[in-house]
Design a protein around this ligand. Structure first.
Ligand code: CIR
Length: 269
């Protein structure tokens, strides 16, 4: 979701679940995956939900040397004719990037590739787009040097960048917020406030959810007012349905166990 508008969401890159998935990093939502077979079936259902709602999905093979490799969102940011390849904030995850970069370079020939260099670091999971405003989370994975490189790119593209400070009890911006459509940001009490995002453009709003439903705040909005939502977050689902969205519920328990959310498993391009 993070960096393309709704109308640009025709294709997604995902990556299969590796045998090593039980060793994925987990410090926030989860205590670590315990059932790789279940993770695979949930991931397959996730891909099917995208496909049956009109998204063309490419599945890259799993990389057993990188237990977190399914969380492709962190590895590349596709934005208006550019592919930003960040330096992922977790050192153990930096080797996941080359096949993703190769795939995007091939599929998006003509896009400009911008490669970040250390000490700058950033996870794609810290980027959220609402229309032409880009929000970046300042987090344990995304530092000021990384934000500075993103700002240089966005200045060039004429997009506004707003920084959102991520509280210590959250991993990323997209772990706790999403844009189910180009006018709404969903965010949880106890983590963020409407003010975290600055003044909203006309017609846009920050919709706050109870803090117990923080995980449910990560949704994938698709054309036709359809939204993929993790199962088990009734206020999130009801709020979206009351606003005229059709919610498609996904069992994400083994993805959540490794701190991953729906958007984390895709790069839309
Ligand atoms: C990690 O800690 O990096 C993974 N276990 C979870 C990454 C989730 N990605 C995301 O929020 N974009």
């Amino acid at each position: 979701m993070a960096t393309v508008r709704l109308d640009q969401k025709g294709r997604a890159l995902v990556r299969a679940v590796p045998d090593s998935y039980a060793n994925a990093l987990a410090s926030y939502f989860g205590a670590g995956p315990t059932n790789v077979a279940l993770a695979r079936s949930q991931h397959t259902a996730y891909v099917s939900a995208l496909e049956s709602n009109g998204v063309e999905v490419t599945i890259l093979p799993a990389d057993n040397a990188h237990p977190d490799c399914i969380f492709v969102e962190d590895q590349a940011v596709v934005i208006d004719g550019h592919v930003l390849l960040p330096v992922p904030g977790a050192e153990s995850r930096r080797g996941e990037q080359p096949p993703i970069a190769d795939f995007l370079a091939q599929k998006l020939a003509g896009h400009q590739i911008c490669k970040m260099e250390p000490p700058a670091m950033m996870d794609g999971g810290d980027i959220l787009r609402l229309g032409d405003i880009i929000f970046v989370g300042r987090s344990t994975r995304t530092n000021d040097a990384g934000i500075g490189e993103l700002k240089d790119l966005l200045d060039h593209l004429g997009h506004e960048l707003r920084i959102v400070d991520i509280p210590p009890h959250a991993l990323h911006l997209t772990s706790i917020a999403s844009t189910p459509c180009d006018q709404i940001i969903l965010a949880p009490e106890g983590y963020l406030s409407p003010e975290s995002f600055g003044e909203m453009p006309e017609g846009c709003e920050v919709v706050m959810m109870p803090k117990e439903e923080v995980y449910g705040c990560n949704t994938i909005g698709l054309p036709g007012r359809k939204v993929l939502v993790a199962d088990g977050y009734p206020t999130v689902a009801k709020t979206l349905e009351e606003r005229g969205f059709e919610t498609i519920l996904l069992d994400m328990s083994e993805i959540r166990a490794a701190d991953g959310s729906p958007t984390c498993c895709s790069i839309f391009f």
